[in-house]
Design a protein around this ligand. Structure first.
Ligand SMILES: *[C@@H]1O[C@H](CO)[C@@H](O)[C@H](O)[C@H]1NC(C)=O
Ligand SMILES: *[C@@H]1O[C@H](CO)[C@@H](O)[C@H](O)[C@H]1NC(C)=O
Ligand SMILES: *[C@@H]1O[C@H](CO)[C@@H](O)[C@H](O)[C@H]1NC(C)=O
Ligand SMILES: *[C@@H]1O[C@H](CO)[C@@H](O)[C@H](O)[C@H]1NC(C)=O
Ligand SMILES: *[C@@H]1O[C@H](CO)[C@@H](O)[C@H](O)[C@H]1NC(C)=O
Ligand SMILES: *[C@@H]1O[C@H](CO)[C@@H](O)[C@H](O)[C@H]1NC(C)=O
Length: 481
């Protein structure tokens, strides 16, 4: 008891020594920032990974030589800054600043006020809360009783601790086009957050992935008349939010991965008539794509429907109404749980790329039709030819290998015999069971009568029992086994 405590004590002392050694190490004067100038006007001021705890008050001497047409990147990636104080003025026509991977909990109102050409600001991977983000931070100098606008175009606030945004946050950033709010605990897009968003009228790209939201109020995007791209992945949506249809005339790219949706149907993409690329992947609960799901997507070029481990069924009418003006060029159906596809799901020959590896393909004549007759087999990328999973004798062969001997013809006679055969054999056992059942009932009824009447014993008993015994003996095994 005593000795083990002693050992523990020694271990703690050693750990303590190590910790203090490493912390003394980090208090050495940080390595100065490097300035690199490429092609005369491409400047990087690298202050990354230098153990910096405070924003420097001035830039290195070399910065004064940078000409004013330059593109300048100032990066403080991976330091220990917790309070962003005022940055010194920097030359350049377009300035990008990265404060990614720090420990920021506070930003001063005038932090960026000297950088009037700031177009790109990365504040991701910090500890910033919504209360810290005030409109004044993203504004120009205060003159004649008003703040002036700033040039900011891209703002990355991902991986912080934001629940809600100040409604005036984007009041002075009229050129804001890209906003990343992903990986924040937003949970509910409240009234003020929506006011903030809808004031960013030039917004083109919005990332709301992994923000724990499960709905978007119907008129949330009313002001966003330029929204082109949105990412709603890793949230709690049980359906594709209807509010997207408000931006249907501009929206071109929708990413909707990893949400708890069970099916896609004719309501899912309503109004998204300008969508060019759709990605619906990694949705663990998605089982079914129903009829007319993609019908509203009249300009779709690329469809990613991959890594949905329970997706078993795509309705043969999923693209109904689109076949006359077919726009889809690339279809990715990899890593789902599909086994069959209908030959008339889409005009397969009009695709440029088709990918459907890692499913449980049943290599039947429908699939052979798609792959051979409709030339889908020529759309696979090399090295990405899917395999058959069934029937047993074809398991493991390429689906492009199943054609010649397996399905000699694809004409309608073949199809109708196939269907007829199927109906016949599936119904017959039921008929047999019903016959047995009715005969047995008749027999039972007869026996009751026989017992009740109890006359003319020998004659009637023999005659009535004769039949049921014969039938029941013959069929007993199959009907009760
Ligand atoms: C500036 O240089 C960096 C690499 O140092 C490059 O990634 C960037 O695209 C360049 N920018 C311009 C505008 O040339
Ligand atoms: C910036 O400096 C750090 C630390 O010296 C270095 O690891 C990193 O590669 C540099 N980055 C660029 C873009 O030069
Ligand atoms: C940031 O720097 C620390 C050491 O100071 C290191 O352990 C960590 O991996 C770095 N993070 C990234 C994302 O590079
Ligand atoms: C916004 O962009 C336009 C066009 O590039 C530019 O003329 C204007 O000065 C920018 N606004 C601000 C506040 O920088
Ligand atoms: C795929 O579907 C089958 C039933 O059709 C099921 O048994 C199997 O678990 C599913 N696979 C996955 C990865 O969920
Ligand atoms: C496909 O067919 C070719 C030629 O008939 C054969 O060499 C190859 O082994 C087959 N591959 C698979 C995976 O079925």
């Amino acid at each position: 008891m005593y000795s083990s405590a002693d050992v523990l004590c020694k271990v703690l002392v050693i750990i303590g020594a190590l910790v203090s050694a490493s912390s003394t190490k980090s208090t050495f004067p940080p390595k100065p920032c490097d300035v690199t100038i490429k092609d005369d006007d491409n400047v990087t001021l690298n202050c990354s990974r230098r153990g910096i705890e405070e924003v420097p008050e001035s830039w290195p001497q070399q910065m004064s030589k940078v000409n004013n047409d330059s593109q300048v990147l100032i990066t403080f990636f991976n330091n220990s800054i917790s309070d962003v104080t005022q940055l010194a003025a920097a030359p350049g026509a377009r300035i990008a600043i990265s404060l990614r991977n720090n420990r920021i909990v506070e930003i001063q109102d005038d932090a960026f006020r000297n950088i009037d050409k700031l177009v790109y600001l990365d504040l991701s991977n910090n500890k910033i809360s919504g209360e810290v983000l005030r409109g004044e931070i993203f504004s120009g100098p205060y003159k004649d009783g008003v703040y002036s606008n700033i040039a900011l175009e891209t703002l990355n606030l991902g991986f912080n601790e934001i629940h809600s945004l100040d409604k005036y946050l984007f009041q002075y950033t009229p050129n804001l086009t890209r906003l990343d709010l992903s990986n924040n605990p937003i949970e509910i897009l409240d009234f003020v957050t929506l006011l903030a968003l809808s004031s960013a009228t030039k917004l083109e790209v919005l990332n709301l992935a992994k923000t724990d939201i499960n709905s978007i109020p119907l008129d949330a995007f009313r002001g966003l008349v330029n929204l082109r791209q949105i990412d709603l992945s890793d949230n709690k949506f049980t359906e594709v939010p209807e509010s997207l249809s408000l931006v249907g005339s501009t929206l071109k790219y929708l990413t909707f991965n990893n949400n708890p949706i069970v099916e896609l149907n004719d309501d899912s993409f309503i109004g998204l008539s300008n969508l060019i690329e759709l990605e619906v992947g990694e949705n663990e609960y998605l089982e079914e794509v129903k009829r007319s799901t993609f019908t509203p997507l009249k300009r779709l070029r690329v469809l990613h429907l991959c890594h949905n481990p329970n997706l078993r069924y795509i309705s043969h009418r999923a693209f109904s109404g689109l076949k006359d003006r077919w726009t889809l060029k690339e279809v990715y159906l990899d890593n789902n749980n599909l086994s069959e596809l209908s030959p008339d799901l889409m005009p397969w020959s009009k695709l440029e790329i088709l990918s459907m590896t890692n499913n449980d393909w049943l290599c039947n004549c429908d699939l052979a039709d798609i792959v051979t007759n409709q030339e889908a087999g020529t759309k696979f990328k090399s090295g990405e030819i899917p395999y058959c999973a069934a029937p047993m004798r074809l398991a493991g062969t390429y689906i492009t290998n199943i054609t010649a001997s397996f399905c000699p013809t694809f004409d309608t006679t073949f199809d109708s015999t196939k269907k007829k055969g199927f109906t016949f054999s599936s119904l017959r056992p039921k008929h047999v069971l019903w016959s047995i059942f009715s005969v047995a009932m008749v027999a039972l009824f007869g026996m009751l009568i026989g017992l009740l009447v109890n006359t003319a014993k020998t004659f009637y008993k023999k005659k009535i029992r004769g039949q049921p015994i014969r039938y029941i003996n013959i069929n007993a095994d199959s009907s009760f086994a």
